[in-house]
Design a protein around this ligand. Structure first.
Ligand SMILES: C[S@@+](CC[C@H](N)C(=O)[O-])C[C@H]1O[C@@H](n2cnc3c(N)ncnc32)[C@H](O)[C@@H]1O
Length: 358
């Protein structure tokens, strides 16, 4: 569909292939140990972000003692961390013993659009980790485990923990900013139409869609947390006045009217019954000739994808019955909600499915 996403898919596939080739002569027991070590390498990335090291090294290389003073850490322990960070490829040291960021380390910096740092913090969140510890139980029972691990469903958890909700919204925003321009370019928006993003977070995808044509207007529907943050976000993108934001529950009929409704990475959070309810809410709000545009990461059992199975497993662990679906499975949901598929545009990561009233 586009270059950055092609790069993601190709890069992930290439990395997997190179690992497979490089691992071939490694004894199987050692491969198990190396795979387990990746969990600890992830801890190193998390520590880099939590200690503020990418930001501290942004202006140039520092020796471990200088860096330790800058970030208020123990110099000797910091050096031990940096050595592993170097083996992962996040930093590099020079002959004078000063450490600088590599391109990968630079990507960990907090940037205006968020970068991957919020994702790293999300990976560190206790609720995220607790849910993953129940993968075995999830597979044994086939049942969602976030609530069993944390005492409430993921969206209730975010409602009760606004800091985590904010960081999750920043994570989604960063991911969406990365592929938003390409997704927005994948659909022929009709001039002067109104586009409503349902469960659209702070309006990230909408900002990319509206950037394509100044005659487009936006409606944004989400929960109270993201909607509260959306005013500043939309103002920063020069969209105040072009987007109307509403706190709404997509399990009840939507009260907004629009020519095109978007659902990006929303249905994959829910089981079939609730995904159908969301689709019915949208269907009820659609006018004659209206369209639904889904952006989802599709399962394709015929074709191995380097990322989709892991995204799907994440849904098993983290959501209340969510998963990545095939086109045929979406067709089933559409039929139950009074919709029919009009077109599919397969992408490198996200695909676009357009639907209309049946
Ligand atoms: C996985 S995020 C996707 C966000 C955005 N579409 C994107 O791709 O960046 C799911 C979104 O659904 C919203 N959401 C969850 N439950 C909701 C509900 N009952 N009504 C409306 N929005 C809801 C969340 O707040 C969140 O913004």
């Amino acid at each position: 569909m586009n270059l950055p996403l092609l790069a993601v898919k190709t890069g992930a596939a290439l990395s997997r292939l190179l690992h497979t080739v490089a691992d071939a002569p490694v004894p199987p027991e050692m491969r198990v140990l190396l795979t387990l070590n990746r969990a600890y390498e992830a801890e190193v990335l998390i520590a880099l972000v939590r200690l503020g090291i990418p930001g501290a090294l942004a202006d140039g290389a520092l020796t471990p003692p200088d860096l330790a003073e800058r970030i208020d850490a123990d110099g000797a322990a910091l050096l031990r961390l940096l050595r592993v960070a170097e083996s992962i490829g996040a930093v590099r040291h020079d002959a004078a013993g000063r450490y600088r960021l590599t391109a990968m380390g630079d990507a960990l910096r907090d940037t205006e659009t968020g970068g991957v740092a919020p994702f790293v913090r999300y990976s560190h969140a206790t609720s995220t980790r607790r849910a993953w510890t129940r993968l075995t139980e999830a597979v044994a029972s086939g049942l969602p485990q976030f609530e069993a691990a944390n005492g409430s469903t993921s969206w209730q958890w975010f409602a009760d923990h606004p800091d985590e909700e904010k960081n999750f919204a920043a994570t989604m925003r960063a991911v969406c900013d990365y592929n938003g321009p390409a997704l927005a370019a994948a659909y022929p928006w009709r001039a002067r139409s109104t586009v409503c993003d349902v469960g659209g977070g702070v309006g990230t995808l909408l900002s990319h869609v509206l950037a394509r044509d100044p005659s487009l207007r936006g409606e944004l529907v989400d929960q109270a947390g993201p909607i509260a943050e959306s005013a500043d976000f939309l103002a920063a993108r020069g969209l105040t006045g072009r987007v109307h934001a509403t706190v709404g529950d997509f399990f009840t009929p939507l009260t907004v009217s629009a020519d095109v409704f978007l659902l990006k990475d929303v249905l994959h959070d829910w089981d079939d019954d609730r995904a159908t309810t969301i689709l019915r809410s949208v269907r009820a709000a659609m006018q004659a000739g209206g369209r639904l545009v889904l952006f989802e990461v599709l399962q394709n059992p015929e074709r191995a994808h380097p990322l989709v199975p892991l995204v799907d497993l994440t849904m098993l662990v983290h959501t209340d019955g969510g998963r990545q679906r095939t086109v045929a499975e979406f067709d089933g949901l559409f039929a139950a909600a009074g919709l029919r598929r009009v077109s599919v545009r397969e992408g490198q990561v996200h695909s676009l499915i357009e639907a209309a009233a049946a």
